[in-house]
Ligand binder design. Structure first.
Ligand code: HEC
Length: 275
């Protein structure tokens, strides 16, 4: 009876502890972390029980019994198992090809888990669906959307998301000077030192074969026009670099360099706000 009380106390403390963590967690947004803590507590509890079981079963001699008497009482209470010597008494009287069945009691540890989970479900129901605002799925969805859009903004800032759909024109001096460096190194041999055009078309005039807005220019640079001698730069220039050189090309518009190559393509009108 004494051990029963101790066991009850242990289980009570356990359920109270995890339950109150759960209650506390309901209002928090670091649910994952709380769940993790609960998992660890549960694991420690289960491992503890297993450990005690092993210690108990290994030291069940006279010597061990003195030391572990409370424990052995506890284990007996927890399992309600019938000692082997008494099995004959609880044997069913049927026999299937020599296979017999014992009429064992349902072990209390099983009942504890069973009723415990029913109690748990009530606590859970109350915490998440009655005490809380009840829309945990919507809240979770929204927090994930929020997290994803924050991540997306960071990615856009670092240029990882930069492509012909998202590219914007850069007008700050460091970006343009970076763009100029890239241009002189990779592009000037075909488009001229000042964009006046040589093998490749003039990049300073109003005429564009593949479009004169920032997105089109970025796209031409990225994929190239291999059939016409303009290679694809996708594998050689990072998106950020392609954005810089595209912006630099845009900055050359209307600069009227010497020896311009004749106009090619169609007239592109700059939108009023400059794109
Ligand atoms: C080997 C020569 C060569 C190099 C190097 C080269 N281009 Fe070109 N580029 C061309 C040719 C040729 C065309 C015209 C393609 C066509 O007729 O469709 C062109 C077209 C373009 C266009 C489109 C012009 C329009 O009228 O639509 C842009 C923009 C451009 N190049 C940018 C660059 C940039 C930026 C670089 C360096 C990163 C570069 N090119 C390097 C040969 C080159």
């Amino acid at each position: 009876m004494k051990t029963n009380k101790i066991t009850g106390l242990i289980l009570g403390v356990f359920f109270f502890f995890t339950g109150s963590i759960n209650l506390y967690a309901a209002g928090e947004d670091n649910l994952d972390q709380v769940m993790q803590t609960m998992m660890i507590i549960t694991l420690v509890f289960v491992v503890g029980i297993l450990f005690l079981t092993i210690v108990y079963s290994e030291k069940n001699d006279n010597e061990g019994k003195i030391l572990l008497r409370p424990l052995s009482g506890f284990m007996k209470w927890l399992t309600k198992s019938t000692p082997i010597e008494k099995e004959q008494e609880i044997m069913f009287h049927h026999d299937f090809d020599g296979i017999k069945e014992l009429d064992n009691k349902i072990p209390p540890w099983f009942n504890i888990l069973f009723y415990g989970s029913i109690i748990w479900s009530v606590i859970y129901m109350f915490v998440f669906h009655i005490a809380g605002d009840g829309n945990i799925q919507i809240a979770e969805y929204q927090s994930e959307i929020q997290a994803a859009s924050t991540e997306r903004e960071i990615l856009i800032k670092t240029g990882a998301f930069l492509n012909e759909e998202t590219v914007t024109i850069l007008t700050d001096a460091p970006s343009l000077s970076e763009g100029k460096d890239i241009y002189l190194k990779n592009c000037a041999s075909c488009h001229g030192n000042n964009g006046e055009g040589m093998v490749g078309p003039n990049l300073t005039d109003n005429y564009w074969i593949h479009g004169g807005d920032i997105k089109s220019i970025f796209k031409t640079i990225k994929y190239g026009v291999p059939a016409k001698g303009m290679i694809s730069w996708e594998t050689q220039l990072a998106p950020k670099k392609m954005q810089e050189v595209s912006s630099y090309i845009k900055s050359l518009h209307g600069t009227n360099p010497a020896n311009p190559k004749a106009e090619e393509g169609t007239l592109y009108e700059e939108p009023a706000e400059g794109n």
